[in-house]
Design a protein around this ligand. Structure first.
Ligand code: PEP
Ligand code: MN
Length: 269
């Protein structure tokens, strides 16, 4: 059969646990929080974000240095030099980094400076990239394609998993629908469906999912109640000055409030 199988709960009943060392894991039954800017901008921004995360016990910082932008004239990221700075500063504080890899040729140079390779929604079906990430000994956060079905996400996960890399997390980040009132439509339905179909952790990105700062919090809380194993969202000291995705980015005080509400919500589940 050409069905996906290795990522299926039928094949592996026990939920996948991704171990980062230092007592840090991503797994079912925990609530993993990943936060940070859309784009890494400069040393000061990284430092301020780290302070915010450390103060709130958040162990993963997200941030892109290779940015897939709709317009080629938009800020496209600091590249490998920015990644080295980002990684070194976070490592000094025990924070793991999540950052997007856009193409095969970036994997090797990024590897020494990356804790989690993010595959963005525009690359979910870049099968050459998925094949190569299957050979890497580093966790991967695989986002759902912009117009991708749940099954297509699982087939993409199967590429990586069957290639030998079992340190894999899935990410629901909203899909393109006919609705234009929000940036994307966060598919809350996907959460319980994925949790039934696969043993892989399911992380939800409410920032890209709705695209509107004020509504990131309710969507994050809804995702937790729907069974998400983690939330990844965008935060910045001055969202209105962010180099990308400012409109969906939380200030640090909004982020702090969200963290508290997520923890309370998780306890209710
Ligand atoms: C991002 O995480 O900033 C990003 C570009 O996400 P996505 O691939 O989901 O659009
Ligand atoms: Mn973004």
């Amino acid at each position: 059969s050409d069905d996906y199988r290795l990522v299926s709960r039928k094949w592996k009943v026990n939920p996948t646990v991704i171990d980062f060392g230092d007592g840090l894991t991503v797994q079912e039954g925990d609530l993993t929080i990943m936060a940070g800017p859309c784009s890494i901008e400069n040393e000061d921004q990284i430092e301020k974000t780290i302070q915010h995360l450390v103060a709130n016990n958040v162990r993963f910082m997200r941030g892109g240095v290779f940015k897939p932008r709709s317009s080629p004239y938009s800020f496209r990221g600091l590249g490998l030099e920015g990644l080295k700075l980002f990684y070194d500063m976070c490592r000094a504080h025990g924070i793991k980094i999540v950052t997007e890899v856009m193409q095969v040729s970036q994997i090797a140079p990024m590897e020494p400076y990356t804790d989690v390779f993010q595959v963005g929604a525009r690359n979910t079906q870049n099968f050459n990239l998925l094949d190569e990430l299957g050979k890497v000994d580093k966790p991967v956060l695989l986002k759902r394609g912009i117009s991708g079905t749940i099954d297509e996400l699982l087939y993409s996960a199967e590429y990586i998993f069957s290639g030998g890399n079992e340190k894999l997390m899935l990410c629901e980040r909203g899909i393109r629908t006919y609705e234009t009132a929000s940036r994307n439509t966060l598919d809350l339905n996907a959460i319980p469906i994925l949790k039934e179909k696969t043993h892989l952790p399911v992380i939800v990105d409410p920032s890209h999912g709705i695209g509107i700062r004020e509504y990131v919090e309710p969507m994050a809380l809804a995702a937790i109640m729907a069974g998400a194993d983690g939330i990844i969202y965008e935060t910045h000291e001055k969202p209105e000055e962010a180099a990308s995705d400012g409109a969906q980015t939380l200030s640090f005080s909004e982020s702090e409030r969200l963290i508290r509400k997520m923890q309370k919500t998780f306890e209710l589940r």
